[in-house]
Design a protein around this ligand. Structure first.
Ligand SMILES: CC(C)(COP(=O)(O)OP(=O)(O)OC[C@H]1O[C@@H](n2cnc3c(N)ncnc32)[C@H](O)[C@@H]1OP(=O)(O)O)[C@@H](O)C(=O)NCCC(=O)NCCS
Length: 183
């Protein structure tokens, strides 16, 4: 490689690294800490009013709904390395096909939780701090631990119905840009 082409590729890399990267989805009123976190931006879809605390590591095909709260130091991945081929070290087996992670509306992911490939966190679910989530989590459940298991429901059935009714009413009181009607 000539001195010129080496210099040229360094310049291209310098500017690519500084390109403003952004998430997919509407992500209105998103709060996140890009300098303290790692995101594969273009593969992550985010809804409205989502909060992602510091030192997030979100990598791969991830879909996050509206009103989701993500605590500090959370790790979410849609990927895995292959490791079953005989006679090949793992670092030469390549990656497995990504399996999308979905976090539905109104979920809360506690600090230091780890959410692995293919998992769906149901609407309104709570994931305890430090949990390792390997399987789908039912809507409005409270799940904790490693491996993450349901310990209780967030609401009784009647409370859940009331909660959803109230959220719906509030949504109807919003303008299309998310501001309250009359403002
Ligand atoms: C999941 C959580 C919300 C549950 O709170 P809670 O309703 O008061 O839970 P409880 O105390 O009734 O716990 C129920 C059971 O789960 C256990 N448990 C609760 N949180 C746990 C956790 N993170 N990991 C492992 N077990 C947990 C409790 O020890 C209890 O077990 P037991 O029934 O054997 O005694 C809370 O424990 C938690 O982890 N909060 C996250 C805090 C956080 O990350 N904040 C960051 C700011 S975004």
């Amino acid at each position: 490689m000539s001195i010129f082409s080496s210099f040229h590729s360094k310049i291209v890399r310098f500017f690519n690294d500084r390109k403003a990267r952004t998430f997919c989805g509407t992500h209105r009123d998103l709060v996140y800490y890009p300098k303290d976190s790692v995101f594969t931006y273009e593969t992550i879809t985010i809804g409205d009013r989502v909060f992602i605390n510091k030192r997030a590591y979100l990598s791969g095909e991830i879909s996050i709904g509206d009103d989701v709260l993500i605590g500090p130091d959370v790790f979410i991945t849609s990927g895995d390395h292959g490791f079953t081929e005989i006679g090949k070290p793992i670092n030469r087996q390549g990656r497995m096909k990504p399996r999308k992670v979905t976090i539905c509306d109104d979920a809360w992911i506690g600090a230091k939780a780890c959410i692995l490939a293919g998992v769906t966190i149901g609407k309104g679910a709570v994931i305890g701090a430090g949990s390792v989530v390997t399987k789908d989590v039912p809507p409005y459940s409270v799940c904790v631990g490693n491996p993450c298991r349901k310990v209780k429901d967030r609401y009784s059935e009647a409370e859940r119905i009331e909660h959803e009714k109230l959220l719906q009413t509030k949504r109807e009181l919003c303008n299309s840009d998310g501001t309250t009607v009359g403002k």
